[in-house]
Design a protein around this ligand. Structure first.
Ligand code: NAD
Length: 273
């Protein structure tokens, strides 16, 4: 078999949540450029319209479906719609997520902002992050499993984070708890769905320049500062996840399930010189 056939996603039907920006947009591009039909789901309707129109103009097959992943009945309707229009769902990226701001240590590590201390951490902030970054993944997984079980095949990929692996004072505790929960949810689903030939894996990115957290990482000074914590010496571009996305969405990864794939320039394993 030729290597390009092994990684083929041609004629797949894929769903990507949080598809209008950043990593979800990169997953969408990787699949649609290579012949898949990608249903882009996002709550940002303006960005969804703009990005889906841009990809359509390139001749790629995409559809934009406005959806907030915290809307459980809306999620079921959206997935039912995909099935009604396309008759199958091969691959789902449960990717939508937010960053609620820093943890108990300020980003420059100069002090501890009192409002981020455990005893002051706002309940509403906790609830919002858990609702999107953990409950949203659960809801997406449920909808994916319901349809994939009918065809006894499929691939699900969850975007976690290196925050699921190591605790870091500069990141909000709700974000870390949600990502660690999503990683374990991935493992639970992988075990349960293995007998139906449905594979469930996670991508755990390090620092990628996207619009997350209001887009603070687009600032070159912030990039340089963050890059100093990474053994590879820099933050990453979302395109650098496209190869892994194709691997996990295709038969190239046919024996991979229940695994979390870390792409972080070695940030999570230690500090270099
Ligand atoms: N950028 C990084 O360095 C990084 C690192 C680790 C993990 N991640 C994870 O990657 C995923 C994507 O983030 P990104 O960096 O591409 O950010 P981004 O802000 O560029 O893109 C996120 C997209 O998700 C959408 N979204 C947010 N909440 C939603 C909701 N409730 N329903 C539907 N859509 C929603 C946004 O509108 C946006 O289009 C997130 O789960 C994030 O936690 C990012």
């Amino acid at each position: 078999m030729k290597i390009e056939d092994l990684f083929s996603v041609k004629d797949q039907v894929a769903v990507v949540t949080g598809a209008a920006s950043g990593l979800g947009l990169a997953f969408t591009e990787a699949l649609s450029e290579n012949g898949a039909t990608v249903v882009m789901m996002d709550r940002d309707t303006a960005a969804l319209e703009a990005e889906s129109a841009r990809l359509l103009s390139l001749g790629w097959r995409v559809e934009g479906v406005p959806l907030d992943v915290t809307d459980r009945p809306g999620m079921d309707r959206a997935f039912d719609g995909v099935m009604a229009r396309h008759g199958k769902i091969d691959t789902v990226f449960a990717n939508a997520g937010i960053d609620p701001g820093p943890g108990y240590v300020a980003p420059d590590r100069s002090h501890r902002p009192p409002e981020n201390a455990l005893e002051n951490y706002e309940d509403a902030r906790w609830d919002k992050v858990i609702d999107i970054n953990l409950n949203g993944v659960f809801t997406t997984l449920k909808a994916a499993a319901r349809h994939m079980k009918v065809h006894q095949r499929g691939q699900i990929v969850i975007t976690t984070s290196i925050a699921a692996i190591a605790v870091e004072g500069g990141i909000g505790m709700a974000y870390m708890a949600a990502k660690a929960g999503a990683a374990h949810l991935m493992r639970c689903a992988a075990l349960e769905l293995a007998r139906y030939n449905i594979r469930v894996n996670a991508i755990a990115p390090g620092m990628f320049v996207t619009n997350i957290g209001g887009g603070w990482m687009r600032d070159p000074q912030a990039q340089a500062a963050m890059g100093r914590h990474v053994p590879l010496g820099r933050v990453a571009h979302p395109d650098e996840l496209k190869g892994l996305a194709l691997f996990l969405a295709s038969q190239a990864s046919s024996y991979a399930t229940g695994a979390q794939f870390v792409i972080d320039g070695a940030q999570s394993i230690g500090t270099a010189d």
